[in-house]
Write a protein that binds this ligand. Structure first.
Ligand code: ADP
Length: 533
């Protein structure tokens, strides 16, 4: 046999082995799945065709060549229709009435070709052609079969192409691979036909059929894991491996064989490493995407919960405020003697305690209300030109008795000729009161210093004390909702950690800044804010 003639039976054998291996895999592992079942039928058709092809090439009598060339046709007839069916299943169109009819018609014709193939209507005989001693002579049914064959392929390609245009992500890649597969099959497989019509082109593309089967199976099986990077890496590595493998078989002597074999092993290892790293990267990316989506969902839920909580807080606070204000009013009236004098001094003392506790509650409820308004973005500001000096003086006056009670020294330093600033008197009063009141609360001995001065285009108000001071962690978290330092918790049971949060938000509403400084725990602290002039 002419040495180049080895290529034809060999290419058929490669196709046969490839499709047998892949077909058996589906038969043994996942035959219950629809796509796998159709992949099996497709591989089986290619295998029958390829074994027939191989044996026909090896035949040395006209009779046996005719027998095998007829036998291979049974596979050939079902290659294209099983492929079309596979594509319809893959696109989930096979259950639609229209496509059912289309398939029924094509199968009907396929069975006609099968019957014709039992007689001499399909392959009429064999004759010498080009390199081949026995090439089949087409019978009357051969050309219609060929038309149907190309029609199946074309139809499947059009459907896939439509799918390619609408799909995204891995389904798009999958469809693209299937289309590339069809193209390869078309280029390779169609070299099998010219000789039937006495066109002198030998079937050199036959081996490409394996590639077509491999690509189809790869695309269908890996579907969910397809990613451009992974696919490119795998195809790239696979291609190099095949090139190096062929190179090994073409070695002329043992040294060349060994060198090329080492190169092959090396390529294999590098290829596997490459694919692994790409896969890992893709997997990590997918995990991150999944986590990000989960985080987003959780965040949205939290925002909703926070909103619900603010609403609850707002409603509850409103409901609480009214009775508290009424209680305050009545106690004041009793204390003022509006209902006659208090008979027992002990009762007077108790009343004063009740008043204090009620005041504390009102303060707390007000804080809650402020927070719920801030959270809902419903804080309203009434800006007017004000002198911060007046407000600070009032705050100091309101707290004077507490300073006295604790025996603290008060220093008040206010710069002269301070310009007025645009501010909401109530809010600024609230902030100053909070800072001042905190300083007293957290200072047992020493001093409280209140200062008001100008710094460039700002007016700064700061309250310093010689109290419990701040840790670095405190400095970071002070202005957050519900934060209370460890020290503060020991020191005073009063307070929930909302005051500074509200101050911070109010000053933000004035386009200003709050600040808190301290040399360390036990060394006092400085709280303050600046607002633009
Ligand atoms: P509360 O005083 O009700 O706990 P605040 O929001 O007013 O809430 O203050 C938050 C925390 O900031 C306090 O718990 C305390 O830890 C700290 N803090 C505030 N003012 C001072 C201060 N003058 N000295 C030391 N720590 C303070």
């Amino acid at each position: 046999m002419n040495s180049s003639l080895w290529y034809f039976p060999l290419s058929a054998l490669v196709n046969a082995v490839t499709s047998t291996v892949l077909g058996s895999y589906f038969l043994l592992t996942s035959f219950r799945k629809r796509v796998a079942r159709h992949l099996f039928f497709f591989c089986a058709a290619v295998a029958v065709w390829s074994y027939g092809y191989f044996l026909w090439q090896l035949a040395d009598t006209a009779d046996s060549a005719l027998f095998w060339s007829k036998a291979l046709m049974f596979g050939a007839i079902f290659t294209s229709i099983s492929y079309l069916h596979l594509v319809l299943v893959f696109l989930q169109l096979d259950k639609e009435k229209f496509y059912k009819v289309v398939l029924a018609i094509f199968y009907f014709f396929s069975f006609i070709w099968v019957i014709a193939n039992f007689f001499n209507y399909f392959v009429a005989g064999v004759e010498p052609q080009s390199y081949f001693k026995f090439w089949p002579i087409p019978g009357p049914f051969y050309t219609p079969y060929l038309v149907a064959f190309f029609f199946h392929v074309l139809y499947a390609s059009v459907l896939l192409f439509k799918n390619y245009r609408i799909k995204k992500g891995s389904e798009k890649i999958q469809t693209a691979l299937l289309l590339i597969g069809i193209f390869i099959a078309f280029v390779g497989g169609s070299t099998n036909y010219p000789l039937w019509y006495h066109l002198n082109i030998a079937p050199w593309g036959n081996a490409l059929v394996s590639l077509y089967v491999i690509l189809t199976v790869y695309a269908m099986m890996k579907y969910k894991f397809l990613d451009v990077k992974v696919v490119s890496a795998e195809l790239f590595a696979g291609l190099f491996f095949i090139i190096f493998l062929v190179d090994v078989f073409l070695s002329k002597n043992i040294t060349e064989f060994i060198v090329r074999l080492i190169a092959l092993v090396f390529t294999g290892i590098v290829g596997i490493m490459l694919i692994r790293s790409v896969r890992q990267e893709v997997k990590r990316r997918e995990e991150i995407q999944k986590l990000a989506a989960e985080l987003k969902a959780a965040n949205e839920k939290l925002i909703e919960l926070d909103k619900a909580k603010s609403e609850f807080l707002s409603i509850a606070s409103h409901q609480l405020r009214t009775p508290l204000t009424i209680i305050k009013g009545y106690i004041s009236m009793i204390q003022d003697g509006d209902y006659g004098s208090v008979p027992n001094p002990k009762i007077g003392e108790v009343l004063s305690n009740v008043y204090q506790s009620n005041e504390h509650l009102i303060h707390l409820v007000n804080d809650f209300l402020d927070v719920s308004r801030i959270d809902a973005g419903r804080t309203e500001y009434k800006f007017e030109k004000v002198n911060l000096k007046d407000i600070l003086e009032e705050v100091v006056k309101q707290n004077a008795h507490r300073i006295k009670e604790k025996g603290l020294k008060l220093k008040l330093i206010m710069a002269k000729n301070l310009p007025k600033v645009s501010a909401d008197v109530e809010k600024i009063h609230h902030v100053m009161f909070n800072f001042f009141s905190n300083s007293i609360k957290y200072t047992d001995k020493g001093f409280i210093k209140a200062e008001l001065f100008r710094d460039g285009n700002w007016v700064v108000c700061q309250i310093s004390d010689s109290g419990i001071g701040l840790t670095p962690a405190d400095k970071q978290n002070l202005f957050q909702k519900f934060y209370r330092s460890e020290n503060a918790r020991h020191k005073s049971v009063e307070g929930v950690g909302l005051g500074l949060f509200v101050c911070h938000k109010f000053i933000e509403g004035h386009h200003g800044e709050v600040f808190a400084k301290s040399p360390g725990p036990g060394k006092g602290s400085v709280f303050g804010f600046r607002v633009p002039i």
